[in-house]
Design a protein around this ligand. Structure first.
Ligand code: F2R
Ligand code: MG
Ligand code: MG
Ligand code: MG
Length: 350
């Protein structure tokens, strides 16, 4: 049936606020290895403290993940839709205003070149990255949530826009397809009823079917694995559907990855969301959204980005009500992200 409009609005907010929360909470741990049991306890205590009612602490700053998500949202809102040059200008402006948000080492070259060519050639700089290979980083995926929300009614347009926003900075096939997969995962979550138990195997099978259509177009490229996301999603499927008690985190990191490449982080974020549907022994919380983000961070590696992508998917499923306000109040400009979600909601449902 048709989804209640209040629930949908809450899901829009949940997705952007979940993304912000994962980025803010994950940023302190970015680049570390998979955490030891002792370190997982440190993370648990830190989350507990943040969630305490009287904990006073400076606001935790967001990083490039949220800066770019905000730029994507603002561009869609200001243009009432996607305009590639406008969005490129937003990225560059936001980078030069706050260059110390922890951007990827390669992507800043794109920003310099775009500024120098005065946006006459919006696609050239990204194509030149990494000796013409293009970036395979997760930068195109980490910022895609507003596109999934804005185009949630039109899958074809959503996929096409996820691809085109990626091309501004990332042109490597796996960088682009990672953004598409992340958008599809958010859209799927948005359309599900959070009061019903999530069928995690079906959720994964749907993603495999969708990526099958996306990756089939590229089979002429003569790649070793023409459908690497399908391969990763099948590994994910085994981990989530067939590993009984649940696999060791070492196996999850080994098979799915936890680094800055899209291929080894987007499926991991999806896995975190699915795994957190059920209690996880090392994580003490009743709240599945917090569990999602805390689990994602506990895997180490690209913690802010995997936390943010997992948070965006979980928030789109559960809605804003599942995000603890005590935690959110420690995240920089959460009011702004809620407002952006509301504006996207109005445009998307008009
Ligand atoms: N940059 C970081 N973290 C490191 C330092 C941050 C730290 N907090 C600090 O400031 O001290 N995090 C952010 O970057 C990731 C997103 O990166 P994005 O936007 O994809 O950038 P880029 O530069 O295009 O790619 C990232 C790196 O991946 C490698 N790479 C990409 N394509 C490659 C290719 N074709 N061949 C070889 N290597 C490739 C390069 O090392 C790139 O620098 C997020 O984690 C975000 O949080
Ligand atoms: Mg970051
Ligand atoms: Mg790897
Ligand atoms: Mg990161």
């Amino acid at each position: 049936g048709k989804m209640d409009s209040l629930l949908l609005k809450s899901k829009f907010r949940g997705s952007l606020l979940g993304a912000l929360m994962g980025d803010c909470l994950g940023s302190a741990y970015e680049g570390d290895e998979l955490f030891s049991a002792g370190m997982k306890l440190v993370i648990q205590k830190s989350f507990d403290k943040l969630q305490g009612p009287h904990f006073k602490a400076p606001v935790i700053q967001f990083t490039d993940d949220s800066a770019m998500t905000r730029a994507v949202a603002e561009s869609l809102i200001e243009c009432t839709g996607f305009d590639q040059t406008h969005m490129a200008k937003k990225f560059v402006k936001s980078y030069y205003l706050e260059p110390n948000r922890g951007y990827g080492a390669g992507v800043t070259t794109v920003f310099h070149k775009l500024r120098n060519n005065k946006f006459v050639d919006v696609l050239g700089p990204a194509r030149e990255q990494f000796n013409g290979e293009g970036s395979l980083g997760n930068g195109g995926a980490m910022r895609v949530a507003p596109i999934a929300l804005f185009y949630y009614k039109n899958s074809e347009l959503m996929v096409d826009t996820a691809r085109k926003q990626s091309h501004i900075t990332h042109t490597h096939k796996t960088g682009v397809d990672g953004a598409i997969l992340q958008a599809i995962a958010i859209q799927q979550s948005l359309l599900l009823d959070p009061k019903e138990e999530l069928d995690t195997c079906k959720f994964t099978d749907n993603l495999i079917n969708e990526m099958d259509k996306i990756e089939i177009d590229e089979e002429g490229l003569g790649l070793v694995d023409p459908s690497p996301y399908k391969t990763q999603l099948k590994l994910l499927r085994n981990l989530i559907c067939e590993d009984g008690d649940g696999p060791h985190d070492e196996k999850v990191v080994h098979q799915l990855g936890n680094d800055v490449s899209a291929l080894h982080s987007v499926p991991t974020a999806i896995y975190c969301f699915l795994k957190a549907q059920k209690p996880i022994p090392a994580i003490q919380t009743e709240n599945p959204l917090r569990r999602t983000v805390q689990y994602a961070i506990s895997l180490g590696g690209d913690t802010d980005t995997i936390g943010s992508m997992a948070g965006a998917i979980a928030g789109a499923f559960y809605g804003e009500e599942m995000i603890r306000p005590e935690i959110l109040k420690h995240c920089e400009t959460s009011d702004k992200f809620r407002e952006l979600a509301d504006q996207l909601f109005h445009l998307a449902t008009a």
